[in-house]
Design a protein around this ligand. Structure first.
Ligand SMILES: Cc1cc2nc3c(=O)[nH]c(=O)nc-3n(C[C@H](O)[C@H](O)[C@H](O)COP(=O)(O)OP(=O)(O)OC[C@H]3O[C@@H](n4cnc5c(N)ncnc54)[C@H](O)[C@@H]3O)c2cc1C
Length: 306
């Protein structure tokens, strides 16, 4: 029996583990793949306070070692189901079953992909899913943003201040994003809007993106770009079998990281919220962990006085 089981070893989960261990709680982290989460393969991070520039691998290895050296246990298993009976949670993975007094789900989110050949290979070498994070690496270059919602419009506006030229490519003729964002796009002379168009190929040279092939009304053409920012939405990793409340996009609903199930907390990108960044994930990890610690201390205290 553990005090806290944390699902996911990304920034939110590892931060939660560090806080829980510093309160002397027993902690098991269950991670489906490897520690580090979405950021692990990012070559350069320039907005994590305390580091002017650090790779995703170095930042997350530091966080991982911090959590492990304090005494957290980690197992590489995918969590499939969580149930609660009286005060005890049972966590079923693809391999085992574990019990705990409290749970923190920090399973993050995944960017929706274009689904094109070369896409995975070119992540970090021309393909990005985060303009705020990676835009500066394409200073004075030509880039494309793909998408039609607020994120795509925001990304194009942000990139127009950094890059030489921004192609905003959308598969429909109208944008879903808010009209004030569209107005600001139209005020930027270096943004070219291309509608009713699909990106159908990513062409590489020396393992870097060189150009994209687009298709409009059965006519194909090419655009030379150093970067493509894919902004076609994110998918939360919220497929664990559990009766948690979710919003329309399937993110877990919480209040100060507390959920509708007492003793079960959510933190990081999987939570319904506006901004999904490293700093907001570690903030959530802290809040969820302190909430879980308070909850455990209360039920342990109640048991002693029964
Ligand atoms: C390419 C890229 C670059 C980025 N760059 C920046 C940047 O420069 N600055 C910035 O602030 N933000 C950046 N971000 C955003 C940042 O990475 C996320 O906000 C942050 O990683 C969220 O942390 P998290 O712990 O909530 O989730 P994640 O990082 O998504 O970690 C979740 C973990 O849970 C695991 N998991 C999922 N389901 C299960 C399951 N069922 N069982 C067990 N484990 C499971 C996953 O394998 C993963 O390891 C970037 C994102 C991407 C994709």
């Amino acid at each position: 029996m553990y005090d806290i089981i944390i699902v996911g070893a990304g920034p939110a989960g590892l931060t939660a583990a560090i806080y829980a261990k510093r309160f002397n709680k027993s902690v098991l982290i269950l991670e489906e793949t490897t520690y580090g989460g979405q950021i692990i393969n990012t070559l350069e991070i320039e907005n994590y306070p305390g580091y002017k520039n650090i790779s995703g691998f170095d930042l997350m290895t530091n966080m991982y070692e911090h959590a492990i050296e304090l005494g957290s246990n980690i197992k590489i298993e995918k969590v499939e189901k969580i149930t609660k009976e009286k005060d005890i949670f049972t966590v079923k993975t693809n391999n085992n079953e574990y019990k705990s007094l409290s749970i923190i789900i920090s399973t993050g989110a995944k960017s929706r992909k274009l689904g094109l050949p070369n896409e995975e290979k070119l992540i970090g070498s021309g393909i990005s899913y985060c303009a705020i994070c990676d835009g500066n690496f394409y200073k004075n270059k030509d880039v494309a943003v793909i998408g039609g919602g607020n994120t795509a419009l925001d990304d194009a506006t942000h990139l127009a201040d950094i890059c030489n030229k921004v192609y905003l490519i959308h598969r429909r003729d109208t944008f879903k994003g808010e009209s004030y964002l569209l107005d600001s796009i139209k005020n930027k002379s270096n943004i070219e809007i291309i509608t009713n168009t699909n990106v159908i190929e990513l062409i590489e040279e020396d393992n870097k993106l060189k150009e994209i092939i687009i298709e409009k009304e059965n006519t194909k053409s090419n655009i030379l770009v150093s970067g493509v920012f894919v902004a076609i939405g994110q998918i939360p990793s919220s497929d664990i079998e559990i009766t948690l409340e979710k919003d329309k996009q399937e993110y877990y609903i919480s209040n100060d990281c507390k959920t509708n199930i007492e003793g079960l907390f959510v933190s990081g990108d999987v939570r319904s919220k506006k901004y999904r960044q490293l700093t907001t994930a570690v903030s959530d990890g802290t809040i969820a962990s302190l909430g879980a610690i308070e909850y455990i201390d209360k039920i342990k205290c109640d048991k002693v006085t029964e």
